[in-house]
Design a protein around this ligand. Structure first.
Ligand SMILES: CC(C)(COP(=O)(O)OP(=O)(O)OC[C@H]1O[C@@H](n2cnc3c(N)ncnc32)[C@H](O)[C@@H]1OP(=O)(O)O)[C@@H](O)C(=O)NCCC(=O)NCCS
Length: 386
């Protein structure tokens, strides 16, 4: 069992931020998290910061000390964590391990990405660097293209339909209407999703997460000291991570992510919980098919039944298991390095019953599933209401 709790959380709005640069976005989220914990930047003993590619997006490397220093955290170990789109979930794991090891007591886990400094073709090329260069990126495949391969495999094996994919987008856009920090706070119809321009068949515009800027930060500490900083902390009771082959050609099954199934098994063991005990989850819906696969890999639905589940409304806010109440990556946005910690922040707010109109009915537990690339990394956290 893990003995770490969240005592502060801060997140910028996700979307296009022309008025803030990378370090300013980071500082906005970091200061909000620090203040909520009743601390000052000088109280933070270490910072782990998720970021995919400030080098390509913003021509800036060595970002962790730069971010920490700009936010007023001087002389601390500040470390960048990179695991593609799972970067900040691995930053959170590093923060948890730093506390569990006894090295530190008050640690920041954060993530930041400013993608819109590059035009779309440059973003797509940069993101493709998280695929296998020799066998995937250099021959020309893009991330929408790779997830389209998974979608086609799922459709062929289980009969999943384009309507079911579109329903994921409709649900997540509807949830994001109630999330003031979401990139897109607008509902869409099924028809709009189905008739949007094609990106990589069968994935259209509304099957894709957008290109976003944003930052997210949490402060974590030992559970037994958490109440010193916050009246309503949230416990982290599982932190698991697993890897898989980078190259899809090396996999035997394209309808499920081995890293997700493996990390999920470990997380449930650590938390002493089963999928049926989880009332809501933030899952990595970088593309609509990814949400359907995630709900199967996490054991919420049987393999092949995730599409039917979304079609029947089982994953809506008041459904059997709520998936992506925040709006998910699809509508909340996906500034890749910030996504994992932003998922944890949604867990934090939901478990404190402060999520407003997107609140799940008094949940005791929440799960966050953050995938890097096409599943070469998956990191899963489970949180519990105090
Ligand atoms: C799908 C994609 C190519 C669209 O980019 P684009 O063609 O440059 O789109 P634009 O920025 O020109 O936007 C055109 C319109 O579509 C909207 N839009 C863009 N992406 C959108 C998305 N994913 N969902 C919904 N609307 C979107 C814009 O807001 C804009 O609307 P407006 O005309 O009302 O202002 C881009 O969003 C993308 O690459 N997404 C995937 C990102 C990714 O791979 N992430 C990593 C996952 S592992």
């Amino acid at each position: 069992m893990i003995n770490v709790s969240i005592v502060g959380a801060g997140q910028t709005k996700f979307g296009r931020h022309d008025d803030y640069d990378l370090r300013e976005l980071f500082a906005l989220a970091a200061h909000e998290a620090i203040e909520e914990a009743g601390l000052t930047p000088k109280d933070i003993e270490a910072a782990f910061i998720g970021n995919l590619s400030a080098d390509q997006f913003n021509r800036q490397t060595h970002i962790a000390p730069l971010m920490a220093d700009f936010a007023g955290m001087k002389g601390i170990p500040a470390t960048k964590c990179e695991a593609a789109c799972a970067s900040s979930a691995t930053a959170l794991r590093a923060a948890i391990l730093a506390i569990e090891s006894g090295q530190h007591e008050v640690v920041m886990a954060a993530g930041v990405e400013k993608m819109t400094d590059l035009p779309t073709p440059g973003v797509i090329e940069t993101l493709a660097m998280a695929a296998d260069q020799i066998f995937e990126a250099n021959p020309g495949i893009t991330f929408p293209g790779i997830f389209a391969v998974l979608a086609v495999a799922h459709m062929a094996k289980y009969g999943t339909t384009k309507e079911q994919l579109a329903k994921v987008a409709v649900k997540n856009h509807a949830n994001a209407v109630h999330n003031p920090l979401a990139h897109y706070q607008k509902a869409i119809t099924l028809e709009k999703a189905l008739t949007s321009r094609m990106v990589a068949w069968p994935l259209g515009l509304f099957d894709c997460s957008p290109i976003s800027d944003g930052a997210a930060a949490v402060i974590v500490t030992k559970t037994k000291k958490a109440r010193k900083f916050n009246d309503t902390p949230v416990k982290i009771i599982a932190s698991a991570q697993a890897n898989d082959t980078m190259n899809l050609c090396d996999r035997t099954d394209l309808t499920s992510l081995y890293a997700a199934r493996t990390a999920a098994k470990r997380a449930y063991q650590q938390a002493k919980l089963a999928p049926v005990d989880i009332p809501f989850a933030e899952v990595h819906d970088c593309f609509t098919i990814a949400e359907i696969i995630a709900t199967e890999d996490l054991g919420f639905f049987k393999p092949g039944k995730g599409g039917q589940a979304v079609e029947e409304g089982l994953t809506e806010i008041d459904g059997q298991i709520t998936i992506n109440p925040s709006g998910g990556l699809k509508a909340k946005g996906h500034p890749v390095g910030a996504t994992g910690v932003a998922q944890i922040i949604e867990l934090y707010h939901q478990l404190r019953n402060e999520a407003g109109k997107r609140q799940v009915s008094s949940p005791n537990y929440g799960l966050a599933h953050n995938v890097g690339g096409t599943g070469a990394t998956c990191a899963i956290h489970i949180c519990e209401r105090w």
